[in-house]
Design a protein around this ligand. Sequence first.
Ligand code: GDP
Ligand code: GDP
Length: 435
Amino acid sequence: MNNIVAIVGRPNVGKSTFFNRLIQRREAIVDSVSGVTRDRNYGKSEWNGKEFSVIDTGGYIKGSDDIFEAEIRKQVELAIDEADVIVFVVDVEEGITPMDEEVAKLLRKITKPVLLAVNKVDNAMREKDAYEFYNLGLGEYFTIAGMNGSGTGELLDKLVEILPEVPSNEEEETLPRFCVVGRPNAGKSSFINALIGEDRYIVTDIAGTTRDAIDTRYTRFGFDFNLVDTAGIRRKAKVKEDLEFYSVMRSVRAIEHSDVCILMIDATRGFESQDQNIFWLAEKNRKGIVILVNKWDLIEKDTMSARDFEKKIRKEIEPFTDVPILFVSALTKQRLLKALEETVNVYENRKQRIATSKFNEHMLTIIENFPPPAIKGKYIKIKYCMQLPTPTPQFVFFANLPQYVKEPYKRFLENKIRENWNFEGVPIDIYIREK
Ligand code: GDP
Ligand code: GDP
């Protein structure tokens, strides 16, 4: 599990420029694997061997020119709740604005680490102009130029130095970890309450190893797993606003900490961009996914059939469509146990290891019959393949000319793997390497 760093500040100070600099190297790799660019406001970064997740809070507001001060304030408050470290970006060209003062006031009150980044310090003259930011009362600041990267190294040195310790994976228990995610009012807490009720004998709240992640162990009807951050979902004050930013900010930690994510959709609203965004977060983190269409009790079955609904969702989640979709009701408890069974199945699918001999036997026959298309008169040969011993399913195919094996053929290989082995709900990676 990663620490979460939130970048806050008013519009146009250079948050997204700085964010892109942080995630650049890694995102390039991820995108070349998946071939798709998605949520541009959330990514992973690494400095001095320490990995952390970064969220550009400004990126979730559209039409940033006329956003209200209240909006920024809410964002900062949420970032304070959910992040481990906050980077507050200000703009030396503009100097201190009233909005900066507002934000600083909020940040002065908290105990979480805050780093003040004075951006657009492109030359030595501006170093002096930066002095005025001492007046924000946040202490030491870092002068940076997000555009060309100057000063960002020092800031990152400090950042990774103050990141809270994260427990190493080996120490974590081996129970499966599931989380329930979704937009506000989708029915997450109703679902969890329906499952665990208030029965103290079956529910034990385990104070998590980290500050906010509180897990609830579920041992009923033969199940045994941890629901991640459940107490958080049940405890947290309801947010009325239905903003993309809220669901992302609130889901990231739980998703990163889980093996399988249960994504709850509100049947009365359909599958919207927020739902899609959370789906992508889970996919990007290579977590197992189960989609539950909740409040199915409210749907007139003659106007909308489950099949139509399912088709629409699959269209929205392309190309990763091999995901279980169930229609449930937290209210009437319809199919809730089925939903848990499906979640356990996805967990098992994600853990499975295919013996190398079996994998070669099956895949090489397929490859022989449908080899990668020759390019520039060169024939591509794949002679050997295997599953890698990684926590999430990854497969490597060794070829004489790996650079000539293109995305469509990789998708073909993935489909063939999915046809023969059950990876439902599980993102998989395909790599072509030189033999
Ligand atoms: P955001 O709204 O806070 O995410 O700000 P952006 O990252 O979109 O940047 C706003 C403007 O500031 C853009 O025109 C950037 O090119 C510019 N900018 C960002 N970083 C720097 C910098 O280090 N120096 C200068 N001079 N301009 C910058
Ligand atoms: P959360 O914000 O995702 O935790 O959503 P809640 O569990 O608080 O539910 C939001 C609202 O939807 C509440 O009024 C629930 O009573 C209602 N609700 C949740 N699940 C169902 C369901 O399956 N059917 C119906 N009819 N209402 C539901």
